[in-house]
Design a protein around this ligand. Structure first.
Ligand code: ADP
Length: 199
């Protein structure tokens, strides 16, 4: 457990990583809504240049900005880590993240491997990192196809090929969770979280 080593009173940055389709988003959103946990953690809101989808809320789902604004924030070093995906930028804004965890608020966020590595490097004492493993690549493929009816074969193949490489990084993480049965995986995630915050 990392909590024993943490000397400061800052919040925890709870990072969930894993291949696309492994269940990161499902697990984090279930954790944040879970009984007895909802008050102990908030989702860190990312910034994006992608247009807002119906039902999405500014400051809750994302901070929606123009590409010019994103570039400006990048240059001003106000974005901790970022990626470009399908033509749009996504990043973690520094201000809200630091304001929260420096005042003792625990934050949860789903990140890709590059982002997870960056935050681990920036906040080594405060990051607790979790890698979500799919039961198999075959199951992962079905989940990716199931999530998006329009997923084309080439894109699915690209995600699976990337997943093969990403899985090798599992050893870099504080914990690995096998997401076979969602209920069991969520129980494991809750246990880790509660242990880490010493609740
Ligand atoms: P990620 O955020 O890692 O890309 P998602 O959370 O979007 O993955 O999950 C991918 C798909 O798999 C979603 O349709 C989700 O409902 C489904 N899923 C997640 N976990 C499980 C599970 N344990 N069993 C079955 N389906 C799952």
């Amino acid at each position: 457990m990392k909590a024993d080593k943490r000397k400061n009173k800052l919040g925890i940055i709870f990072i969930i990583c894993g291949p696309s389709g492994s269940g990161k988003t499902t697990l984090l959103s279930s954790l944040i809504k879970a009984k007895k946990i909802a008050k102990l953690i908030i989702k860190s809101c990312s910034i994006t240049t992608r247009p807002k989808r119906s039902g999405e809320q500014e400051g809750k789902d994302y901070f929606f900005v123009s590409e010019a604004r994103f570039q400006h924030l990048l240059k001003a070093k106000k974005i901790l880590e970022w990626t470009r995906y399908l033509g749009y930028y996504y990043g973690t804004p520094k201000g809200p993240l630091e304001k929260n965890f420096k005042t003792g608020v625990n934050l949860g966020l789903c990140l890709d491997l590059k982002g997870a590595r960056m935050l681990k490097k920036l906040y080594p004492e405060n990051v607790v990192s979790i890698f979500v493993l799919p039961p198999s690549l075959e199951v992962l493929k079905h989940r990716i196809e199931g999530r998006c009816s329009k997923a084309n074969k080439k894109e699915v193949a690209q995600r699976i090929s990337l997943a093969r490489k990403e899985l090798l990084a599992a050893v870099e993480f504080d914990y690995c969770i096998l997401n076979k049965n969602l209920k069991f995986a969520l129980t494991e995630l809750k246990t880790i979280f509660l242990q880490e915050i010493n609740a």
